[in-house]
Design a protein around this ligand. Structure first.
Ligand SMILES: NC(=O)c1ccc[n+]([C@@H]2O[C@H](COP(=O)([O-])OP(=O)(O)OC[C@H]3O[C@@H](n4cnc5c(N)ncnc54)[C@H](OP(=O)(O)O)[C@@H]3O)[C@@H](O)[C@H]2O)c1
Length: 221
């Protein structure tokens, strides 16, 4: 099995790499800096450099991986931005950083991934339940929420274009103890990733274009 993980220097992406490599998959994964790429190499992955928020770097994905055909591609790169409680106006810099990473980054990467997938491959973006409008119960982190709602829209369009070529989903990993999720989060990163791997293994074309929790429960858009 050939797996590609975009945004894997640490956290959930790195744990996907660790678990798939331990199971014998051929894993390619990206990190922005040398230290991240060293962590990927240490767990047995082929490491490439990629910054999804940088146009030139993001555009290099296709040529760095030319000729590859992945069975599974995961887009994990993401930032949270300001930890707001209410309707705090984001700075231009915060808005650009969050939207460029979480939305524009996916819009740069997904078209290239379309050319790098094996027939019948699976493709997942790491979204968040916080991006759901239908399941919303709070307004904390409204910039992050807006970015993940936009990412969900991007995934829905990618799913339309890739219909019949790849099974595409948006995934919520749970609230996970990583740098982003913090020490008080519900789930250990290993448990979150193990659950998402089970969910992805069981995913069929019937789930194409949908939004799922880490345990496979559908989430409303
Ligand atoms: N943790 C949670 O509770 C939780 C809940 C819902 C959704 N998620 C989503 O799950 C994904 C992974 O989250 P995490 O908890 O693992 O976060 P994390 O520990 O903060 O890791 C974020 C990852 O994204 C990478 N990244 C950030 N900006 C990037 C860019 N411009 N180009 C390429 N890579 C970039 C980081 O690389 P660097 O090391 O180079 O910064 C790092 O590898 C994110 O999309 C997040 O929104 C997480």
């Amino acid at each position: 099995m050939k797996v590609l993980v975009v945004g894997a220097s640490r956290g959930i992406g790195l744990e996907f790499v660790r678990q798939f490599a331990a199971d014998g998959a051929a894993v390619t994964a990206s990190a922005r800096d040398e230290a991240g790429r060293a962590r990927l190499a240490a767990v047995g992955a082929r490491a490439i450099a990629l910054d999804v928020a940088d146009a030139a770097s993001a555009a290099s994905l296709a040529w760095q991986l030319e000729g590859e055909a992945f069975d599974l591609a995961l887009v994990c790169a993401g930032v949270y931005g300001p930890r707001t409680q209410a309707l705090d106006v984001p700075s231009q810099a915060d808005f650009d950083r969050v939207m460029h990473t979480n939305v524009l980054g996916a819009m740069r990467v997904l078209p290239q991934l379309a050319e790098l997938l094996a027939p019948g491959a699976k493709l997942a973006v790491l979204s968040s339940r916080m991006g759901s409008i239908g399941a919303r119960g709070s307004a904390t982190g409204w910039l992050y929420r807006a970015s993940k709602a936009a990412l969900n829209s991007v995934l829905a369009d990618a799913a339309r274009v890739l219909q019949g070529r790849a099974v595409c989903v948006a995934l919520h990993p749970g609230w996970v103890r990583t740098d982003m999720g913090g020490a008080g989060a519900d789930l250990d990163v290993a448990a979150s990733v193990a659950a998402m791997r089970r969910m992805l293994a069981a995913l069929t074309p019937a789930g194409h274009g949908a939004f799922f929790d880490h345990d496979g429960t559908p989430i409303p858009w």
